[in-house]
Design a protein. Structure first.
Length: 264
């Protein structure tokens, strides 16, 4: 689905910031203290403005299990009842988000923990793929790019939990973290979306491919050269380009500054 992202803030007079990088990290990676330490170190050594989006992963599932709430996925998206939404929001906006922010601040970053509810930064509508009712699962329809640019101009590092505000009902919605990152990168115009995980990039012919086009990705998937867990990663990168990001990159912490595979 094409995400329609616009700014609702007046950006006149705002001082321009240099090229922005939107970083997406998965919740499963953040379960690992050593990964979080490495991420904080990489962010501390990065010179440009950053926005970070994180997922929730296993910690959300574990919290739901403790509360006796069944976990169900449809097309990779977590079906989210009102009860599940309350738990998800508590874990991802509270426990996980504040742990990430604390680690970044400890490394000297001016990190600020946010969700799309804060300032109405991310507005959404219910997401119903193929007509399926996923409950409180949303797709981002608007991003307040002006507010984000103002934060970046101040030298702040926005750290987003993947929760957005219903555009018409004012309710909280669970949004896939990849979709949140894609929407923010598109709204910030000219931004690069950086997917950070435990892989150095797309491995082709025994080495990391430095760049890949859409056509090359399609050919590599068809031939089996790109397979398994890498397929959704490269598709997320291509989705980011389709949503309006200037470029997308897949890498690990070692390649955070400029490594990995870039898609443009």
């Amino acid at each position: 689905m094409l995400l329609c992202c616009g700014s609702r803030s007046d950006e006149r007079g705002a001082r321009a910031v240099e090229r922005i990088t939107v970083v997406k990290v998965g919740g499963n990676e953040l379960d690992d203290p050593s990964f979080l330490e490495g991420l904080s170190e990489a962010v501390a050594g990065f010179t440009g403005p950053l926005v970070l989006v994180h997922g929730g992963g296993k910690e959300i599932t574990a919290a739901l299990d403790r509360e006796g709430i069944a976990t169900q996925f449809i097309e990779g998206l977590r079906v989210t009842s009102p009860e599940a939404m309350a738990t998800m929001q508590r874990v991802v906006c509270g426990t996980i988000n504040k742990r990430v922010v604390a680690a970044l601040v400890g490394r000297g970053a001016r990190a600020i923990g946010l969700s799309g509810i804060d300032l109405g930064l991310l507005r959404c509508e219910p997401h119903r793929p193929g007509g399926a009712d996923l409950g409180h699962v949303g797709v981002v329809t608007a991003v307040d790019a002006g507010a984000l640019r103002a934060m970046l101009t101040l030298g702040w590092l926005p750290v987003f939990a993947p929760v957005a505000l219903g555009a018409t009902d004012g309710l909280s919605y669970n949004v896939n973290a990849d979709m949140v990152a894609q929407a923010i990168a598109a709204a910030l115009g000219g931004a690069e979306l950086l997917f950070v995980s435990n892989v150095p990039g797309v491995i082709l012919g025994g080495a990391v491919a430095p760049t890949l086009s859409r056509a090359a990705v399609a050919e590599a998937i068809a031939s089996g050269a790109i397979s398994g867990g890498m397929v959704p990663k490269v598709r997320a990168a291509l989705d980011a380009l389709a949503a309006g990001a200037a470029s997308a990159r897949i890498t690990n912490l070692a390649g955070f500054a400029d490594g990995g595979t870039r898609f443009a």
